[in-house]
Design a protein around this ligand. Structure first.
Ligand SMILES: [Zn+2]
Length: 283
């Protein structure tokens, strides 16, 4: 019998199909990521209760609301909430602004409160819960302003470092650093590892290469359309959506394609300016 069992809670499409993972040990449950909308958060809470074991702790992989919104409901004030220090600091910085941006869209589904992870982790820190040894790994800015992943034996909870079979969120505009992180991670996580992504089904390390190809195509298409401008027109945004929908047919979350277009155009425009500045210094 394995020493733990992993249960996946998948949100409705309105909740971005975000995964929360329940790691069930002999004496308790560890939650990885706390979901987005209150209807899903409550259903996730019922799933935890149905395991009839205490919630020992929660990990938050990165600083996006679909991974931290459920914390006040699921963890209350008493269950320890773990995150790398930069993830915790970023949540503290952005949670109110995210609520101001999205509560008008999601209404009562968006929680009125947030909780900042208080058990702050450094790269390589080991956390023992329920007799299991988890290791935290910092990544820095990639899909969000602060990403990390968590390993447990040959399982890796990678947050949104790869979306598996859905269109990804690119609106934080760090796709260049995200590509670098994917390159590094591909070497670190070997073929024996099962990756548990924040959106989409678990799989092997090949999902990192798939994410990389998607981001390359996305960046090249934005680069061609924007031609150095920091924003796309509505027509260009529609063309980007057509191209990426063809690249990843039948995948959900297509509205994410347009959502991130300007952020990536601005990122690419900055790269051009940065390169020119570097050349000027070199000259
Ligand atoms: Zn997510």
């Amino acid at each position: 019998m394995p020493e733990y069992r992993i249960h996946t809670y998948i949100a409705a499409e309105a909740g971005l199909l975000v995964n929360s993972f329940l790691v069930e040990a002999a004496d308790g449950v560890v939650l990885v990521d706390a979901n987005l909308l209150l209807s899903d958060v409550r259903a996730l809470g019922a799933r935890i209760a149905a395991l009839h074991k205490p919630l020992l702790g929660v990990f938050v992989t990165h600083a996006h609301p679909d991974h931290f919104n459920g914390l006040p409901v699921l963890a209350g004030d008493d269950v320890p909430v773990y995150a790398t220090a930069d993830v915790a600091d970023t949540i503290a910085r952005i949670a109110d602004a995210k609520r101001a941006q999205w509560q008008p869209v999601y209404g009562a589904e968006w929680p009125d409160q947030h909780r900042v992870p208080d058990r702050r982790l450094a790269d390589g820190d080991i956390i023992e819960l329920g007799g299991l040894r988890f290791t935290a790994h910092t990544v820095g800015a990639a899909e969000s302003d602060a990403d990390s992943y968590l390993t447990l034996g040959d399982a890796a909870f990678i947050g949104d470092l790869a979306f598996h079979g859905t269109h990804p969120y690119t609106a934080d505009g760090h796709t260049g650093r995200w590509l670098t992180a994917l390159d590094t991670l591909t070497g670190v996580l070997d073929g024996a590892t099962t990756l548990y992504p924040g959106h989409g089904a678990p799989g092997d390390v090949s999902m990192l290469a798939e994410q990389r190809r998607y981001l390359m195509m996305y960046r090249e298409t934005v680069r061609r359309l924007a031609a150095g401008a920091p924003v796309l027109t509505d027509v260009q945004r529609a063309e980007l959506t057509t191209v990426m929908t063809r690249f990843l047919p039948d995948a959900p979350l297509t509205w994410m394609i347009g959502l991130g277009a300007d952020a990536v155009a601005a990122e690419l425009a900055d790269e051009i300016t940065g390169d020119a500045a570097a050349e000027a210094v070199a000259a």
